[in-house]
Each structure stands twice: as C-alpha cells, then as structure tokens.
Design a protein around this ligand. Structure first.
Ligand SMILES: C[S@@+](CC[C@H](N)C(=O)[O-])C[C@H]1O[C@@H](n2cnc3c(N)ncnc32)[C@H](O)[C@@H]1O
Length: 518
C-alpha cells in the first residue's frame, strides 16, 4: 500500500552467549555510543545538556575564571583577546563575562540547541509518516477495506498539510481524485454523490460526516400534547421498562428511547395516541413554522403526517389544517395517524402541490417539507448512496422550486398573525436547499427571517462558484456528526405582497435559474 516501509537495519540482539559472557565488555568511546543509539526526545535533550555541561567543564578547567582586572593595560589586553576570537565561543569570553551574561549566553545556546533538536525530530517524524502516492500498477490492484481506510487517513493527512507532505510530482487534484475513489469504495457511494459531498464538507470533516451518516440515530418520540403531558407519558413508559430521557433542552415534547422491553410502536400509550415515533430533525420545521391557534394552515406535502400532526397539536385542534399530498397511497397513513392522535381540525386532501394556488389560497402559514433526494438520511435508507445521480438532483431541484413558489402563492401576505412559509428538506445538498431558496427570493416578494431554532449551522451564501443572497445565513443546516440527528435543512420566509412579482424575475440574475447542477 501507500505507506513507505521503514525497515530497521538493526537485527534484534539476543542475550550474550556463554563465551561472550566471559569476555570483557568492549570499550567504546562514550560519544560514539551515544551517537549510534536511537534516543528518545528526552534522552536526546539530556544528552545535549550533558554535552553542554561537559563543554563548560572543559572550558572551566582549561581557562580558570580570572578575577576582574582593574588596570588599564589589562583591560586593553582583554579587548585584543576579544577581537581575535570574534566567534564568541572562546574561553577568554567566559573569563570576562559577568555571571548574568554567562547565564544569558547559556540560555541562548540551550534554546538554539533545543530548536535544532526539535527541527531534526519533526523532520524525522515527517519522513517516517510520508505517504507514498501509489503507482499506476498499485492503483489497479484490488485492495482490502482496511488498506483503503488507512490510505484515506494518509491522504487526508497529506491534504491537510499539503506543502509539507505532498509528493512534488502529484497535484492536489491527484490526491483528491484518489481520496474520492477510496471514500466511494469504503463507504459505498457513487462518485457523483461523493464528489458533491466533498464540495460541501472540507477534507478535514468529510470522514466525520460520512461516519455520522452511517450511524443509526437514536429512537425518538414526540409526545402528543392533545392527549397527555411529557412527564405523565414518561412515567407510564418507565413503568413498562422503557429507558428514556428528554431529547434536549430545545424541545419540551420529545423523548429519546435508549432501550425498551416492549415494541415502542405497540404499547397501550402508542395505541391510545399519546405519542408518535418521530426523528428529532422532524420537530424542527414545525418549530420554525410556529403555528398559532385558530389559524388557517397548509401542509403542502404531508404524508405520512408526522409534521402535520405536530402542527395540529400546536394549533390545539383549533383553526383549520389542510394536510395535502400528491400520493394517495401515502395519504392513508395520514388518515390512520390523525385518527389515532385525535386530530379533529384537519382536512386531508390529494392535489399536486404545484396546483394548490389555483385551488385554494389565503393561508396564514404554509409548510413545504419538500420531496428530496434524502441525502441526509442515508442511515435509514442506504440505497440513496448509490441510487441518486445528477438527474435525480436536477429533477428534485426543479420540482422543489415549483412547489416553493406555489407554497408562497398560497400564503396571504396580509395575514394578521402569519404570512409565513417554511421550506425544509432531509437533504444536505445545496442544490435542493440554498439554491431553491435563493431562486424563490428572486421570484417572489418574500424575505428570509430567523427560523427561531437556536442551534444548527448557518446556510451557505457561497457554494462552488455560486453566490447566494446574504440572508441565506438565516437558514439552518443540521448534520448527523454535529447534531446527532438526520441531515436536514430549514428556511423560514415572510411574505410581503400578494401581487405577483412579474418584473422581479426579469430583473434579477437569471444565471442561477438554469440547471441546478451546472
Ligand atoms: C418528505 S415527504 C413529506 C413528509 C411529511 N411532511 C411528514 O412529516 O410526514 C415528501 C412528500 O412529498 C410528496 N410529494 C411529492 N411530490 C408532490 C407534489 N407535487 N405535490 C404534493 N406533494 C408531493 C410525497 O408524496 C411525499 O409524501
């Protein structure tokens, strides 16, 4: 593999034989043995110290410290000595210097020696760690996962300190190519998706992200506040042998389930609709939407109904919630969930979201939890790693833009309590997130506002050669390796006008309106 083999020429020496034991120990010159041995850092330091002491001892012996002289002649003779030995290392110097000067000189000397020693050690270390770029032949040879893993580690190390560790005949691009190939093989991704992820995450973070994405997220449940309180539900579940905790300070209605003696989808509490199994990241868009009682709200892509039922609970079963989805089959799950959870303020409907503005509008708030590639949930669905290609991303991106414009058109900008649109996806690709949001900002009279979520990373304003509106910083990204939840994206808009923005589309930069993946 790529590691440079470092074979030590020395052969392990066995203990002395009978003959050898009778012989006298060979006598080596002290300095010679010291040099030949491989010393540890501390040993080397001690050796340097010893040498300094020895040198000083010699100096002292050879040139006994003279008492300060006071006659003019003597001073002159001293000066002449100094001029003769301008390298400053002679004995006469120590004879004239004050103790404090000597200490200072020794200190400087020691510092210099330490520095040289340190540099030598670093060089030695770097030489030992140097990764040798595999030859064409080596690259063709099949490699096992363990070797690939070790090469990934080595290449990342080189890329992180490229100037120092690179092979001068190889470019950064060569190393990145090799890394992409190895990451694809090790984590079983297609090249398109891996290359895209490598544009999102720096080399130093990509492995953490990929490892995080492989890990199953902890099971979490959302308490149905229409039926119970978190404390009461927790107590009932603990009594059934469930080991649980609150999810975190950021929500009062979530519990994380560490272990359970009963299936969590079949407890009497579940069947009574006291909770729903829901990933922690799914709480976020509804928290951002911040539904109010007596409002008129649309969930444009609602099946199987996790977020829609959360909205209904936040509305305390008042007002009216339209839970829509284009997929009739999936809507059956919404019906089942709503029955179980006791939701009575909702209309379940089956339209293409893109046509919604022509069917009904004037909503206070709209949630668009958009269909997406699912790149944020590969732990749940590993097929995403190999199935999703450029065309899928392009297709999603186009549909997402159309749905988002429709969602905005469904909202009443003059709503007293709202005028709010939340857009979310379970994808980490900017093509499906910032890109779509930036497009809507240019096509409609909307502005991004803070999501109200006090964690998550800022959305991108730069991605590859693209520049998005600076307010994209207000959107939030969530990552498995950072937040211990599925990869997720949330943006919150406020709508300012119900008049269609015909001119806006023409004026603004049309370049970004074309393909998502150009
Ligand atoms: C991410 S899922 C929604 C999950 C849902 N919000 C939840 O929390 O349970 C995306 C949904 O979008 C729906 N969908 C896809 N295209 C649509 C369209 N043109 N109009 C409305 N819904 C659509 C899919 O059927 C799918 O159920």
């Amino acid at each position: 593999m790529g590691r440079k083999a470092k074979f030590n020429d020395e052969v392990a020496v066995s203990g002395p034989g009978r003959k050898a034991r009778k012989q006298k120990d060979p006598v080596f010159q002290k300095d010679q043995t010291d040099n030949e041995k491989t010393l540890s850092h501390r040993q080397k330091k001690r050796a340097v110290k010893r040498n300094i002491k020895k040198l000083e001892g010699k100096k002292n012996k050879e040139t006994p410290v003279k008492k300060p002289r006071i006659s003019k002649d003597e001073i002159e003779s001293d000066d002449s000595d100094k001029n003769e030995d301008s390298d400053g290392s002679d004995n006469s110097e120590s004879s004239t210097e004050l103790p404090i000067e000597r200490q200072n000189r020794q200190l400087k000397q020691k510092k210099n020696e330490d520095k040289i020693l340190e540099e030598a050690e670093t060089k030695e270390m770097v030489e030992q760690c140097v990764f040798e770029f595999p030859s064409e032949e080596e690259l063709k040879e099949p490699t096992n996962l363990k070797d690939i893993q070790s090469r990934i580690h080595d290449v990342i190390m080189v890329l992180n300190d490229f100037k120092k560790l690179r092979d001068v005949n190889k470019s950064r691009g060569d190393y990145l190519e090799l890394l992409t190939t190895d990451l694809c093989a090790y984590y079983n991704y297609n090249r398109f998706l891996m290359s895209t992820l490598m544009q999102i995450f720096p080399v130093s973070e990509i492995q953490e992200y990929l490892d995080g994405s492989e890990t199953q997220r902890p099971m979490t449940i959302r308490v149905n506040t229409l039926k119970t309180k978190r404390r009461d539900l927790a107590q009932s579940l603990i009594n059934r042998g469930v080991n649980l905790d609150p999810i975190g300070k950021w929500t009062k209605i979530g519990l994380v389930i560490y272990s359970s003696q009963v299936p969590m989808g079949a407890t009497p509490e579940y069947l009574a609709g006291q909770y729903i199994l829901q990933g922690a990241s799914s709480f976020l868009p509804v928290m951002a939407l911040d539904p109010k009682e007596n409002e008129r709200i649309l969930d444009m892509a609602a099946a199987p109904g996790g977020k829609a039922s959360h909205i209904a609970a936040a509305m305390k079963n008042t007002g009216i919630l339209f839970a829509n989805d284009v997929n009739q089959e999936r809507l059956k799950a919404v019906i089942g969930n709503f029955h179980r959870l006791g939701i009575v303020n909702s209309v379940i409907c089956n339209h293409d979201g893109r046509k919604m503005p022509s069917i009904m509008k004037g909503f206070d708030r709209v949630l668009l939890d958009a269909p997406c590639t699912g790149t944020g949930v590969v732990a749940k669905d590993p097929s995403v790693k190999t199935n999703k290609d450029e065309i899928d991303v392009q297709r999603c991106c186009t549909l997402q833009r159309e749905l988002l414009l429709a969602a905005i058109d469904c909202v009443n900008a003059r709503s007293e309590s709202g005028g709010i649109i939340v857009y979310s996806t379970c994808s980490v690709l900017p093509e499906e997130n910032e890109w779509v949001v930036d497009y809507a900002l240019r096509k409609r009279d909307v502005k991004l506002i803070p999501t109200g979520l006090d964690f998550g990373e800022e959305g991108f304003t730069n991605y590859r050669h693209h520049r998005f509106h600076p307010s994209l910083k207000l959107t939030r990204r969530f990552y498995p390796h950072v937040h211990n939840m599925d990869g997720f994206f949330v943006a919150k808009f406020k709508k300012f006008s119900n008049i269609p923005q015909i001119t806006k589309a023409i004026d603004d930069n049309e370049e970004n309106d074309n393909n998502c993946d150009e």
